[in-house]
Design a protein around this ligand. Sequence first.
Ligand SMILES: CC(C)(COP(=O)(O)OP(=O)(O)OC[C@H]1O[C@@H](n2cnc3c(N)ncnc32)[C@H](O)[C@@H]1OP(=O)(O)O)[C@@H](O)C(=O)NCCC(=O)NCCS
Length: 140
Amino acid sequence: MERKCFSTPWSRSIFLSEITRNDNAIYIVAVVAERIVGYAGIWIILDEGGHITNIGVDPAFRRQGIGRGLLEELTLQAMCRGGIIAMTLEVRLSNYEAQALYRKLGFEPSGIRKEYYQDDKEDALIMWRELVEKRTNVGN
Ligand SMILES: CC(C)(COP(=O)(O)OP(=O)(O)OC[C@H]1O[C@@H](n2cnc3c(N)ncnc32)[C@H](O)[C@@H]1OP(=O)(O)O)[C@@H](O)C(=O)NCCC(=O)NCCS
């Protein structure tokens, strides 16, 4: 599925290492009729918040709310386990589908990382989502 979703897919060994050795990572899958149809991951980074590493949904199961469900569940787990207050990610400038999903969940564009993707040097859009409302000081 990773190969179906990404032009520079992570290898099996990267996934194994992430799942078994990275204590600061959370990975979840979406299952339909005992078949994995989507997955998503996040790194919990102190002082930064949660950094979404990847999210992919099997093309045959897209536009059914699975991507949204994965992100919502990942957010809940990261907030409970890591106490994060914000989340960030990079997305290809041309990846309108993913950007639409992120915007729907409250992520906002905050900058560009030039030539971020190694295969074709495409720029990445950086997006952030605050998970708690900013407090404002009210004088008495
Ligand atoms: C991005 C991706 C994970 C979305 O998964 P999905 O399960 O299809 O997303 P959902 O069904 O939960 O969509 C939720 C909302 O996102 C937006 N969205 C998702 N896909 C969209 C598309 N192709 N066009 C426009 N909006 C889209 C819509 O607002 C949608 O809500 P709606 O269906 O009620 O209109 C999926 O397209 C994918 O795996 N893409 C390839 C991998 C990838 O690009 N990952 C992101 C890397 S940064």
